[in-house]
Structure formats: C-alpha cells, structure tokens
Design a protein around this ligand. Structure first.
Ligand SMILES: NC(=O)c1ccc[n+]([C@@H]2O[C@H](COP(=O)([O-])OP(=O)(O)OC[C@H]3O[C@@H](n4cnc5c(N)ncnc54)[C@H](OP(=O)(O)O)[C@@H]3O)[C@@H](O)[C@H]2O)c1
Length: 378
C-alpha cells in the first residue's frame, strides 16, 4: 500500500484527491491536514481512519484536539505538516492547500525522496527564484496537479529538454472572455466559471486571468523554461489542457474532459495511466477546438506575469501576495473587479526588488506587499 498525506484535504482539490484515492486499490490515506474546516476534517477522518489529522492554523488546536478525542494523532501548523514531510512511512504528499506557506514542507518532502503532487501554485510562484536553484538537486519527484502543467508533463514524457521549442498554456478565458467591458462585475458573476468547479480564490483568479499569469511562472519553475518558451492561448472549450511544441514543428497535446480527478490521479500514479471514475472524452462529440490570442489590454496581468518572471527575485512573491489581498477585498465588496488588476499592478510596480533573495527576504516581501495592497484598498 502506498501511503498518502493530503494537505488541504477540506478544499476543492483536497476533496477530489480523496475521491481519487477511494478508487485506487493500492493507495491509502495516512494523514489529513485542513485549515479552519475542522468539522469536515473530522468527517473525513471518520471515513478514512488516517494515522494523523492536523490543521495549519494553531488557533484551531484546542478545537481539533477536543473533536478528535484521542482517536487519531494530531499535528499543528507548518511544523506539524513538516513532520509529515519527513515521515519515513509516507510515499506521497499532495499539496492541495491555498496560500504560500508550504515552501519548507515542499523542500523537506523532496529532500526526503517523496513524491510531491502539488496543486498549490502560490508557493511555487512566490519561491520561484529559490526553487529554480534547488529543484535540480532534489531526490524527490515534484509532479504537477494543475491540469495545464500535468498536460505539459505528460506531453514531455520521454522527450529531450533540448528538443523543446516552447510550451503552450491554454486558458478558458474565464466568464468574461466575450464581455466587452469589465465594469460592473459582481462577485457572483465572477464566481461562475464556465468550465471548471474550483475554490473561490482560483475562480476569481481565472476571471482576471491571474490564474494563467501564475501558471506562466509556475511552468517556468517546473519545466525550467525562459519567458520566451511559454505561450498563453485562449481555448474556451477547456479540452486541450497543455501542449509542447518541439523544434521539428510537432505539437504534442493532452486532451480530456475538464475534471481535476484526472491530473490528481496522474500525479499519484505517473507515469502509469490507470482506470479512473472521471468522465471520458468522446472525441466524436467534440464539435470544435478553438484557440486565439489573449487580449492583453483587457487582461493586463498576463503581460505583467512575463515582466515579473523576467525580473525574478522577490517580485513573484509580491505579485502573489498583492493578488491574495485584492481578491479577498473584491469578495468582501471593498473593491471593484477591475481594481483587482490595478492593485496587483501598482503593488508589483512599486516594489524594490531583491534579486537573489533568501527565505526571509521572500517572507518580508510578501509582508510588504500585503500592507501596500491594504493601503491602496483603503
Ligand atoms: N480547485 C482547482 O480545481 C485547482 C486547480 C488547479 C490548482 N489549484 C490550486 O490548488 C490550491 C487549492 O485550491 P482549491 O481550489 O482546492 O482551494 P480551496 O477549495 O479554497 O481549498 C483550500 C484548502 O487549503 C486550506 N487553506 C485555506 N487557507 C490556507 C492557508 N492560508 N494555508 C494553508 N491552508 C489553507 C483550506 O482549509 P479549510 O477549508 O479547512 O479552511 C482548504 O483545505 C490553490 O493553490 C489553487 O491555485 C486548484
């Protein structure tokens, strides 16, 4: 039996991961880690009886201990999750949690030779400068869960790095791709994604195309690519999830129905493709696959991502942090939809870059960006 720890088990990717593992014969859940949704965490533990349950937030310690009542071992905070990353019994860790707190956990798990299936892109982007240096020497395997990066990973299997011309990241375009003006958009409209069911933050990020902007930087870290080796195209059907163009002009793509169970499962079983309960693509039912360029005037976070990637250093962390504050302000009605993009741009442009940062510099840059974004909102 392969033993899996799920960080962020109560979220959209976390719940899908549980459904995937339910259907895999030789995988079992060893640990479940949540944020604030302790009631759901307990329900999940009652169903799957892991060895450990935990929460990222120390303020939930008493509540969790009370509800666990000694039935499972408990862990708390980043330190608790880091213990899991070093636990010899665990084969794979799924990072399905939000936020950019999981860098130490990711590194520890990879140092300990684990398979790390990561959905979380905020950590990969915020720590991109450090990860680019560290990843080549890690004994563990980092496998993307994000559907686009999973598609690229699959399209690269067996390839030589030197044969790649570029990777192509498709974006659905979100709910406002065909809308002329981004004025007057409500949270309800922005949360209504046309093709994917996801958590609130990533759904808003998909509407501003910040999600794709983050994915550009994520791709550069995961596949060691320069900005000019990454292209974004709008593909409203969300059937083609990622493509690799090779030097001879061949383009290899991965297609499937838009269902996160497929990339989550592949991140656990790669390079094997085993049976899945996910709905299957009937290719003769696909009437059209269309692609077009991004309107960069309407969605300025895409060109900004290329600038942020080119600058590197502490700037990606600032980009992520500014967006986190802006999305949360939009969801609580403090700012307009369009202002999310304005705030991310203003914070990013006013940052004093540290080119070769350490962990502390990244944390400080995030803190700076949080307060700068809050200041602009007020
Ligand atoms: N949803 C998708 O289809 C999808 C696809 C590709 C990539 N991703 C990425 O996967 C990650 C999770 O997305 P999601 O849509 O599953 O989010 P979600 O539904 O909001 O779930 C987030 C999970 O993380 C926990 N959490 C919340 N804030 C946290 C913090 N500051 N630190 C640590 N944990 C925290 C939550 O705990 P509680 O609920 O217990 O509070 C929950 O378990 C994100 O990085 C997202 O960009 C998601």
């Amino acid at each position: 039996m392969k033993k899996v720890a799920i960080l962020g088990s109560t979220g959209s990717v976390g719940r899908n991961t549980i459904n995937v593992i339910k259907n895999l014969d030789d995988y079992e859940i060893f640990a479940l880690y949540a944020g604030n949704n302790i009631s759901l965490l307990i329900k999940q533990a009652e169903e799957f009886n892991p060895l450990y349950v935990g929460t990222f937030f120390r303020e939930n310690e008493k509540k969790l201990d009370d509800m666990v009542g000694g039935r499972w071992r408990t862990l708390f905070g980043i330190e608790g999750a880091s213990e899991l990353a070093a636990n010899n019994e665990i084969d794979a860790i799924v990072i399905a949690s939000a936020g950019s707190l999981t860098y130490e956990i990711l590194i520890k798990a990879l140092e300990n030779g684990k398979r790390v299936a990561t959905a979380n892109k905020e950590t990969i982007v915020a720590y991109s400068t450090l990860l680019k240096k560290k990843l080549p020497d890690m004994p563990g395997k980092l496998i993307p869960v994000d559907s686009e990066h999973s598609a690229i990973y699959q399209s690269l299997l067996g390839a030589n790095r030197s044969d790649i011309r570029r990777v192509i990241l498709p974006a659905s375009g979100g709910p406002f791709n065909n809308r002329e003006s981004l004025d007057g958009i409500t949270a309800r409209e922005a949360l209504n994604h046309p093709t994917w069911q996801m958590g609130k933050k990533i759904t808003i990020d998909s509407a501003t195309l910040m999600n794709k902007a983050l994915e550009v930087i994520e791709a550069s870290v995961l596949f060691n690519l320069s900005p000019d080796e990454i292209e974004v195209v709008i593909h409203p059907q969300s059937i083609v999830h990622g493509m690799v163009e090779y030097k001879d002009g061949s383009v290899i793509a991965q297609l499937s129905k838009p269902d996160m169970k497929i990339p989550i499962q592949f991140a656990l079983t790669a390079p094997e493709h085993v049976n899945s309960p996910a709905p299957k693509l009937v290719i003769s039912d696909v009437e059209a696959l269309t692609f077009h360029k991004v309107d960069e005037k309407k969605f300025p976070l895409i060109p900004l991502a290329y600038y942020v990637l080119g600058e590197g250093g502490t700037l990606p962390a600032v980009f992520v942090a500014a967006d986190e504050v802006a999305v949360s302000a939009f969801l609580s009605g403090k700012i307009k939809f369009r202002e999310i993009m304005d705030i991310v741009r203003e914070v990013t442009e006013s940052h004093s870059l540290i080119e070769d940062p350490g962990v502390e510099d990244i944390i400080n840059a995030e803190e700076w960006a949080f307060s700068k974004a809050r200041e602009l909102i007020e």
